[in-house]
Write a protein of this length. Structure first.
Ligand code: NAI
Ligand code: A1CAB
Length: 270
């Protein structure tokens, strides 16, 4: 991987998080990373910070890259693809992280045979803890899938899934950090109401979420069984669990994932 040139089209929140993550992981040298964006200040900042190549002209980065990571909004994708069409030759791999947009959209819009992989990462790529779903397109080779898995495993955990589940990935792990940040904030608020200082409250709340997630991942135990380990009979925890169940916490989180997945499906419609 280290000898491949990786170009980012779109250097916003996700593009910049991913390029920083893969450079930090050492799977690519900064001089082999390029980025284009319409907003020059982002590019200048990233160039100064990371030592990457930048251009406000997408074509310059497309021509000079082996692997392209498309990180523009789904709403601007159509015009970006139309302008890049003739520069994305069969020697290049295109990886898109746009929410909702199906592989067929790229395969139809670009030159026949274009190799495409669809990925849905999340913002935790910033701290190398992303959760990404990956689906290869019909022209992608096994090496392309391997490259995509390598890139996204370098910034967290990556799993291959059928494309039919990519909207669910978007609703679950793509959007998911935004469902958990308010949980952390609200739990901290509860402790602040009880008199704790904000900084200690946020530290304890965030570490609690991190620790609970690690227990699910590392013990392999069912979350219900783990919950039972915390809830002493007539103890403190069962009172809190009751309050959450009264508020409909399970339906609320299920609905959040379902609504976000539905929106992903909508974004993919032409
Ligand atoms: N923000 C997130 O947590 C996640 C976002 N995504 C996907 O990543 C993509 C990017 O999202 P964000 O980084 O959040 O958005 P963003 O708005 O931060 O970044 C998009 C960037 O594209 C640039 N841009 C606009 N038109 C352009 C053009 N014609 N050529 C080149 N660059 C252009 C913008 O200046 C901006 O810097 C979207 O498709 C989104 O669905 C996927 C997973 C998580
Ligand atoms: O909200 C969005 O549309 C993007 C996709 C997943 C996370 N952010």
């Amino acid at each position: 991987m280290t000898d491949k040139k990786i170009g980012f089209i779109g250097a916003g929140k996700m593009g910049s998080a991913l390029m920083q993550g893969i450079i930090k992981a050492g799977i690519v040298k900064p001089e082999n990373v390029g980025a284009s964006d319409v907003y020059e200040p982002f590019l200048k900042e990233l160039q100064a910070k990371l030592g990457i190549r930048v251009s406000t002209d997408n074509a310059v980065i497309v021509r000079d890259s082996d692997i392209l990571i498309l990180a523009v909004k789904p709403q601007t994708l159509g015009s970006v693809l139309a302008n890049m069409k003739n520069d994305i030759t069969s020697e290049k791999l295109l990886i898109s992280i746009a929410a909702g947009v199906p592989l067929s959209t790229y395969e139809d819009a670009l030159l026949k045979g274009t190799r495409v992989v669809r990925v849905m990462p999340n913002i935790a790529a910033t701290v190398s803890e992303a959760a990404s779903g990956i689906s290869p397109g019909k022209n992608a080779t096994p090496e392309d899938l391997k490259a995509a898995l390598e890139i996204f495993s370098a910034v967290g955990t990556a799993v291959q899934l059928p494309e039919s589940l990519m909207d669910a990935v978007t609703g679950l792990s793509g959007s998911g950090p935004a469902f958990i940040f308010p949980v952390i904030e609200a739990m901290a608020d509860g402790a602040v109401l009880e008199g704790m200082d904000r900084k200690s409250a946020l530290t304890l709340a965030a570490q609690t979420v991190l620790g609970a997630a690690k227990m699910v991942l590392e013990t392999g135990m069912h979350p219900g069984e783990l919950k039972d380990m915390v809830t002493s009979p007539a103890g403190t925890t069962i009172q809190g669990v009751h309050a959450l169940e009264e508020a409909g916490i399970r339906a609320a989180f299920m609905n959040a994932v379902i609504r976000a997945s539905e929106r992903s499906k909508e974004l993919g419609k032409k």
